[in-house]
Design a protein around this ligand. Structure first.
Ligand SMILES: [Fe+2]
Ligand SMILES: [Fe+2]
Length: 314
């Protein structure tokens, strides 16, 4: 067993010809093989030939270099050498990697703190380059692991919060709360979470406990805001009053939870899972409006259309 801990990255976060400040390893046959030494750079051709091998499970850095890598990515975000779409892609890809790490972190306070800079970066991109946000939304929804799902729900929620006129501070709180809305799924058994096909009644009852489980986790940590707790505990409530666990209705449901209720369902409907065919964005929102009428805050659902269809997607 290799005593060194590694952190997975996506090769697409590495811009060609930029000198690295960390070693990059390829993971082949259970071994980590040095691929790019600190101080070397990746050529464009090398990135292109390697790219198709990047299934998301191939490239790593040493865990101890994680902060260096994050700074390196942040530097990219501030450089003039990349266009907004390249920046948006790098931010999205690097956040996916960070998500996995966040969701394995047993210390929720640290995870929440570490997630704030990510959310701030997204808000920055959204404020400065609205087109890049549309592009980022188009990058979302490719697979359905809790952390990717949470990141996507967070990105959609930021878009929706912005459309609803939220200020920066509220957007930050909203982005973080959306990231952690499903934190209670940590307490649901993996067999249930990963089961393909339908759940039995008993399994479904377990699954429906995740808002309560989440609240227990968040209550165990000091300094977590009520808004973050509400998004977690109330995101399966329904505007009409027939959701769970408390059957709250309309304005009784915290606005963050009403937002997450929309973006969460939207992500589930438009994401490829092994057992479903994803809906197109327009079909998903229309279905939420027509077939699931009454479940969502109608004004917010209207705003969701504007988020998805007025933003120019590259
Ligand atoms: Fe949920
Ligand atoms: Fe969710």
């Amino acid at each position: 067993m290799d005593p060194v801990q590694y952190f997975r990255i996506r090769l697409s976060t590495i811009r060609p010809d930029k000198v690295t400040t960390f070693d990059i390893f390829i993971h082949i046959d259970g071994k980590y093989i040095l691929y790019v030494k600190t101080g070397d750079k990746l050529s464009d051709t090398k990135i292109k030939t390697m790219h198709y091998k990047d299934t998301g499970d191939s490239f790593y850095i040493k865990m101890e270099d994680k902060a260096k890598y994050q700074n390196w990515v942040r530097e990219e975000m501030n450089s003039d050498l990349l266009n907004p779409f390249e920046k948006a892609k790098i931010l999205h890809e690097s956040s996916v990697a960070l998500m996995e790490d966040l969701f394995e972190n047993p210390d929720v306070n640290t995870a929440l703190d570490e997630s704030r800079p990510i959310i701030k970066d997204f808000i920055e991109v959204m404020e400065n380059v609205p087109d890049a946000m549309g592009f980022m939304i188009s990058l979302s929804g490719h697979d359905f692991y809790t952390y990717n799902h949470s990141l996507d729900v967070s990105i959609y929620s930021l878009g929706l919060g912005k459309a609803l006129g939220f200020n920066k501070e509220d957007l930050e709180e909203l982005g973080v709360s959306a990231l952690f809305h499903d934190i209670g799924k940590r307490s649901v058994s993996l067999d249930i979470l990963c089961k393909k096909g339908g759940l039995s009644d008993a399994e479904w009852e377990q699954m429906k406990m995740h808002p309560q489980y989440g609240l227990v986790i968040l209550n165990n940590h000091p300094n977590i805001s009520d808004a973050i707790k509400a998004a977690c505990f109330e995101h399966h409530e329904s505007w009409a009053g027939n959701g769970y666990p408390q059957q709250l209705m309309a304005d009784e449901i915290h606005p963050f939870a009403r937002i997450v209720a929309i973006t969460d369902t939207y992500d589930a409907m438009t994401t490829q899972r092994s057992y479903n065919v994803p809906l197109k964005p327009f079909d998903a929102v229309t279905m939420m409006k027509e077939k699931l009428a009454g479940r969502y805050d109608p004004e917010m659902l209207k705003a969701m259309y504007s988020v998805l269809f007025k933003l120019k997607v590259a």
